[in-house]
Design a protein. Sequence first.
Length: 169
Amino acid sequence: MLFNVKNFTRMFAVVVLVIGVTMSVAHTSDARADDDEDEGQRPTVSNAKWKGECGACHVAYPPRMLPAESWRAIMSGLDKHFGSNAGLDAASANEITAFLEKNADARKHDASGKPLLRITETRGFKSEHREVAARVWKNPKVKSPANCTACHTQAESGDFNEDNVKIPK
């Protein structure tokens, strides 16, 4: 007899197991894709040198906002840092670079292979800010998409949760 209840039960169990594993893997992949939505809720890491040096001119952007190759490119060009000389002594630069690399986003942000140098160019930033009207960016209290603290009231502590956003009037 071709149909055997014992074999059918085994096959059914295998099929259910395969479907369960497939769904679990798909859910994990979806969760990683949605990480940008949880960006503001992840714990913030800190380093006194990074906070002091980077935070002296702008918010000390959390390392998780860019991949390691982007941080390396930024740190290797501090003498021409977005139009300013932000050069550091070698020991400070090495410490901050190591901190940024260790805590960087593990995902690649640009398919071209070139490291992104601006957080505002990342897919996550664009996705999270797609509904922000052009007039907001032109507001003198905001000035630029890079001015996170203008709207994100807890940006200095690394919290970019939507619950803490207040768009200036």
